[in-house]
Design a protein around this ligand. Structure first.
Ligand code: ZN
Length: 299
C-alpha cells in the first residue's frame, strides 16, 4: 500500500466510497456531504496532489471547497484529522530536517576494550549486574562507560538511526550519591527514534518509557518519557507490520491507555496491546513471562 492509498482510505472513512479516480493527476471524486442525493452523485472532487477539494454543485452556495485540512475539520473526527496530518506531503519534509551531528562523550569506552581487573570497569559492571543487565545486552546495545571527562562515572547507552549515525545516548551515573542521575545530550529527543538501526519493523514492537526498560524486551523502542513524539507516531504508523505492545511503568496507566486509543486506528487498528504492570513490578520482571501480563483493552 502506498501513501496515496492510505489517504484515499482515510477520505473514504469520512466521505464514503469514491467515484472516478485519476491516480496520475491525484484527482478523485466522492459524494458531497452537503448536497448528495439520488440524482447528485460524486459531485465532490478531491485533488490530493494539491491537497484541495471542491463540490461542483454547491461550492458557491455552501462554501464546500478549500484545503483538505478544512475538509477533515468540518466532516471528519479528531482521529481522521490527526491521521491526515501524518499522511499529507508537508509532514514528510519535516522528517527530513537535518539535526546537528552528535558525538559520544569524551572518555567513552566499550567494556570489551578494557581489562576486566580495571577497578572503574568493575564498578560500572557491578552497577549493571545489580540491575539485571547481562553480558549479552552489554554487547548487543554497545553499552559502555566513562572514566574521564564530563561524564566520568557514568554508564553510556548509545542509540543510532537507520543510517547508523549516533542520534542520542543515555548517560546514567552509577554513584548513588551523584547529584544528577542522568546527563543526556541536548539533542532534541522528540525528533529521534531510539535504537532505530536495530528495530525489526516486521516483528512485534514493545513501547517502553526508559532505555533501561527497553534492554529487557527484545525489539523495544524507548520513548524517553511517558509521551509519544509525533515522529515516533508517524514512523510506527508507516512501518510497523506486527503488533505494538505498550508497556509503561505502573504509575503511568492513564498515559498507556491514552496512547492505546491514539494508536488504535487506521492501519494499526486491532494490533495494539497493553501490558499492565502491578505497582511493585518493573519491566525487567517481565522477562520470560510476558504472556501472563497482557491486558485486554476494550472500547
Ligand atoms: Zn455539494
Amino acid at each position: 500500500m502506498d501513501e496515496n492509498d492510505a489517504l484515499i482510505e482515510l477520505l473514504e472513512d469520512v466521505l464514503g466510497d469514491h467515484g472516478l479516480h485519476y491516480p496520475n493527476r491525484g484527482q478523485i471524486s466522492f459524494n458531497c456531504p452537503v448536497c448528495d442525493d439520488e440524482r447528485n452523485k460524486h459531485n465532490l472532487e478531491v485533488n490530493y496532489f494539491n491537497n484541495v477539494y471542491k463540490c461542483w454543485s454547491c461550492s458557491d452556495s455552501e462554501g464546500t471547497h478549500g484545503s483538505l485540512g478544512k475538509l477533515f475539520d468540518k466532516y471528519g473526527n479528531k482521529k481522521n484529522k490527526k491521521l491526515y496530518n501524518i499522511l499529507k506531503p508537508e509532514t514528510v519534509q519535516v522528517k527530513e530536517k537535518k539535526l546537528p551531528k552528535l558525538r559520544l562523550p569524551d572518555g567513552y569506552k566499550k567494556f570489551s576494550e578494557v581489562s576486566q581487573v580495571y577497578p572503574v570497569r568493575r564498578q560500572a559492571m557491578n552497577y549493571l549486574k545489580n540491575r539485571g543487565i547481562t553480558d549479552e545486552m552489554v554487547e548487543k546495545y554497545q553499552i559502555g562507560f566513562c572514566d574521564t571527562g564530563d561524564h566520568n562515572g557514568r554508564i553510556i547507552i548509545p542509540s543510532y538511526n537507520k543510517k547508523n549515525e549516533l542520534n542520542y545516548y543515555i548517560s546514567r551515573s552509577w554513584d548513588p550519591n551523584s547529584r544528577y542521575k542522568y546527563k543526556n545530550p541536548i539533542a532534541p529527543k522528540d525528533e529521534i527514534i531510539f535504537w532505530e538501526n536495530i528495530i525489526d519493523w516486521s516483528k512485534d514492537i514493545y513501547l517502553v518509557e526508559g532505555v533501561f526498560d527497553g534492554l529487557f524486551l527484545s525489539n523495544s523502542i524507548p520513548m524517553l518519557g511517558k509521551h509519544m513524539s509525533q515522529v515516533l507516531f508517524e514512523t510506527i504508523y508507516n512501518n510497523a507490520k506486527g503488533e505494538i505492545v505498550i508497556c509503561l511503568d505502573a504509575d503511568a496507566w492513564s498515559n498507556a491507555s491514552k496512547l492505546y486509543h491514539e494508536l488504535n486506528g487506521g492501519s494499526l487498528y486491532g494490533r495494539i496491546k497493553i501490558i499492565k504492570l502491578m505497582d511493585d513490578k518493573d519491566v525487567c520482571d517481565l522477562k520470560g513471562q510476558i504472556d501472563d501480563f497482557y491486558f485486554k483493552m476494550r472500547g
